[in-house]
Design a protein around this ligand. Structure first.
Ligand code: HEM
Length: 498
């Protein structure tokens, strides 16, 4: 027994030694991008990266240029920062870059979901069928009714529409979007009051998970937080269980289609529950925060708010918030001003990271003609927030909110953007791109636009302190989809029925 201590110690030293040695031994080969192994063996640059990914990558880009390889926790990541060179990566005609492998490991860790053959393709075909085209039209109606239900309550106004009311703007938007999105996709029962209560409770738990999420992904949780994550996972698996689904009658075709596929593949009910949790996360983690930023930018930019209201009134007349809505959904496609506001909001606040595993040694040809060797087993990464959204050549004054940035002089949607004089295809990438592009993007946009319309057409909104600056982004959330504010805007929101 006494011998176990030294044996385990020696084993640990051997493992740590091996991992460090692997890092130390790696050398830049001819034609490979600049290699920066970082200050700490094995960890490399992980600490600086996790602290503030945006600042870290900005520093690396200044140091190494448009392509570089960095070590992060024993793994090597090659970042490509020149958007004119994204084409071959996103097309990946040779199929040597793998999105699925990395995603499978991640979802197993954070949602407990073990991927099965073909599920990734199935998610995209389910989404094409039910989150686009005719399927989307059906869902738009459900979404509008559910938004009205959430905002009015089952028996009338839940927002106290006759009095000014204060709330944290972030919480307010996230809460409404989550409840409406959750009920629309995962179904409801005949008892609307109970549904709203359950959705409210679920939202509070979702936010707990959401707060822990970035540090969970980076394996930085303390022991108590690990326990809390375990509790939350179990809770979500239970609340979203397929057994519960049987009691509901409004489960969306999107969810139904995907669960049927899993059943047919022999996936256990317990694993289907985990799949549901993953889909809840994918569908609800970004719409609330994006709607918050959009509404805040509108409140801070009265000229933008005026333009949105004018466009909406011209196209829709009065958009009343009421139970059985009659709403001309076609108008949603004829709102270039609101589209530009949403695109500008996503440009300023959506920061996804696109990751692909390099399957074989291969050459990457950059737009400028240089060729780089990518090493098998490394991860190729794009961070378009820095390399595209914040590039002053593509978007002059990139940190400023300009509601008409995506409008032409004649008021239609602007799609022509340039870098170094060349027209650029990927001038914003909030939804990712290529094989991993967000399959819910059309629903997300409609849902957020409906919410903004209902808010600006039905309520007088203002910040308690109009001089409250737009809060900075919480640096922990760079790279995880839509960012969140480092704190609620100091002032709170007043609402009054207009
Ligand atoms: C503002 C809202 C949203 C944003 C900014 C957003 C963004 C993204 C991004 C960047 C990805 C790709 C990540 C990657 O490359 O790995 C993604 C994936 C995904 N999104 Fe969204 N999303 C939003 C809303 C939604 C909604 C409403 C749904 C569904 C109803 C949805 C469903 C999904 C799914 C299922 C995936 C995973 C697809 C796969 O495995 O390839 N998203 N989203």
């Amino acid at each position: 027994m006494v011998l176990w201590g030294p044996v385990l110690g020696a084993l640990l030293v051997a493992i740590v030694g091996y991992l460090c040695l692997r890092g130390l031994l790696r050398q830049r080969r001819p034609k490979e991008p600049p290699l920066d192994k970082g200050p700490v063996p094995w960890l490399g640059h992980a600490i600086a990266f996790r602290k503030n990914m945006f600042e870290f990558l900005r520093h690396m880009q200044a140091k190494h240029g448009d392509i570089f390889t960095v070590q992060l926790g024993g793994q090597y990541f090659t970042f490509v920062m020149d958007p004119l060179s994204f084409g071959p990566i996103l097309k990946d005609a040779q199929r040597k870059l793998d999105f699925v492998e990395y995603a499978q490991k991640l979802v197993l860790k954070v949602f407990g979901y073990r991927s099965v053959q073909g599920d990734y393709r199935m998610i995209h075909s389910a989404s094409t069928k039910h989150l686009m085209g005719e399927g989307l039209e059906e869902l738009n109606k459900v979404m509008l009714d559910t938004l009205s239900l959430v905002m009015l309550g089952p028996t009338g106004p839940s927002l106290d529409t006759h009095h000014w009311r204060e709330d944290g703007l972030f919480h307010f938007c996230y809460n409404i979007l989550f409840k409406a999105g959750y009920l629309s996709l995962f179904g409801y029962t005949k008892d609307k009051e109970q549904d709203l209560l359950q959705a409210e409770e679920l939202f509070l738990e979702f936010r707990k998970y959401d707060r822990l999420f970035p540090r969970f992904v980076y394996s930085l949780l303390g022991p108590r937080e690990w326990l809390e994550v375990g509790r939350l996972q179990r809770l979500f698996h239970k609340e979203l269980s397929v057994e519960h689904n049987l009691e509901k009658y409004g489960v969306s075709n999107w969810i139904t289609y995907m669960l049927q596929f899993l059943r047919e593949q022999g996936v256990s009910p317990a694993m289907q529950d985990k799949f549901n949790f993953m889909m809840l996360w994918a569908s609800q983690g970004n719409t609330g925060p994006t709607s918050f930023w959009a509404l805040l930018f509108l409140l801070k930019h009265p000229e933008a708010m005026r333009a949105v209201r004018e466009e909406a009134t011209r196209l829709l007349g009065e958009v009343r918030l009421e139970a059985e809505q009659s709403f001309e959904f076609g108008a949603l496609h004829r709102m270039p001003v609101l589209d530009s506001v949403m695109e500008e909001t996503l440009r300023l606040r959506a920061s996804p990271t696109l990751l692909r595993v390099v399957n074989d040694d291969q050459i990457l040809q950059m737009a400028g003609g240089q060729e780089y060797l990518l090493r098998s087993g490394d991860i190729l990464a794009l961070f378009p927030y820095l390399s595209v959204h914040m590039d002053p050549d593509i978007h002059p004054e990139p940190t400023a909110f300009k509601y008409d940035r995506f409008l032409t002089a004649s008021g239609s949607r602007k799609v022509d953007f340039y870098k170094a004089g060349k027209k650029i295809r990927h001038y914003t990438m909030p939804w990712g791109s290529g094989v991993s592009i967000c399959p819910g993007r059309f629903l997300a946009l409609n849902e957020m636009k409906l919410f903004i319309l209902l808010m600006v057409m039905n309520f007088d909104l203002e910040l308690v302190d109009p001089d409250t600056p737009v809060p900075p982004v919480d640096p922990q959330r760079w790279g995880f989809g839509t960012t969140q504010p480092s704190h609620e805007p100091q002032g709170r929101l007043f609402l009054e029925a207009s």
